[in-house]
Design a protein. Sequence first.
Length: 309
Amino acid sequence: MSKMMRAAAIDEFGPADVLRVRELPRPTISADEVLVQVMNAGVQVTDAAIRAGWAPPGATIEFPQILGNEFSGIIDQVGDEVRGFSPGDPVAGFNLLGCYAEYVAVPQAQIVAKPQAVSWQAAGALSASGQTAHTAFEDLAVGAGDVVLVHGAAGGVGTIFTQLAVRTGASVIGTASEANHGYLESLGATAVTYGPGQTDRIRDISPRVDVAFDAAGHENLRTAVELVADRGRIATIVDMPLAQELGCRIVRSRRSGRRLADLMGLLARGDLHVHVRDRYLLDQVADAHRDVESGHGRGKVVLDVRPAQ
Ligand SMILES: NC(=O)c1ccc[n+]([C@@H]2O[C@H](COP(=O)([O-])OP(=O)(O)OC[C@H]3O[C@@H](n4cnc5c(N)ncnc54)[C@H](OP(=O)(O)O)[C@@H]3O)[C@@H](O)[C@H]2O)c1
C-alpha cells in the first residue's frame, strides 16, 4: 500500500476555492529522480492561471492535480542513478506542477543545494520569479551604464530583475504604486508611479532610456516604445500580442539547474534578496492564491508546507 501525504490539489478548474487540501499518495521516484520533503513552496500568478484553466506548455493536467512549481525541502530518497545528492540534503528546485505537497518527486537536474545562509522561505520562492527575471536579463543583455526601465518592478519577477540590473551597474527606473516606492529605493532603483503621465515622469528622471522590461502588462509596452529606440531591447513576459504588434521581444522563462544555481549563489553571498511579503499554511492555500491574484504587492507569497520553522 502506498504511503500518503497532505497536498493542495484541484478536481476542477475555477476560482481559488477549488483548491483543497487532502490526503493523496506520495509520489514514487524513477532512477534519475529525488523525493523531497517540502518545507516551503512559492505561490505564482502562473499557478492561479493553471487553477483557472490555463494549460502550461509541456504539462498534462490530471485531476486530482496538485499545483505548485517551486519548492525548498530536504531530500528523503534518491534514485539509483542520482549522483551528488543524498537523503538529508537541503535543496531547492522546480517542477511544472506538484509542489504544494508534503513530498515532490523531481529529476536531479531540477534541484540545487540550499546553502545554510539562505532561508527555507527564500529558497522555496526563488525559482519561478528568479529564473524568469534571469532569462529576461540575459536576453536584454543589460550592462553597466544602461538606463533600464522596469514596469512592475516591485513584484515577484520585477524585484529580482531590478536587483540583477542594479548590481551589474545599470541605472534602474522602476514603476510601482506609491506604497512600494520605499521598497524599490531600498533595492537601488528610482521609483515612479505608474499610470497616466508616466512617460513624462520617467523622461524627467532620465531623457535617455536604453532598455525596458515589462513585468506588469496593462499596455505598459506603449510607454516603453516611446522611451526606448531599439525595440530589440524592449521585452515583456506578460503581453505577448502587444509585443508582436509593436515588434518587441517576448520572453518565456528558460529554467535550468544551472540558472537556479547561479541565482542561489547570489542569494548565499547576499548579492540578491527574495522578499517574502506573506506566508500561509498549506490549509490557507486558497487565501495565498487570492493574494497573488490581486496583481499588487511586493515580492513573493510563500506556503509553509511544513510549519513551525
Ligand atoms: N513569461 C513567463 O515565463 C512568465 C513567468 C513568470 C511570470 N509571468 C507573468 O509575469 C507577470 C508578473 O508576475 P509577478 O509574479 O512578478 O507578479 P506580481 O508579483 O503580481 O507583480 C506584478 C506587479 O505589477 C505592478 N502593477 C500592477 N498594476 C500595474 C500597472 N497598471 N502598471 C504597472 N505596474 C503595475 C504591481 O505593483 P504594485 O504592487 O506597486 O501595484 C505588482 O508589483 C504575471 O502576469 C505573470 O503571469 C510570466
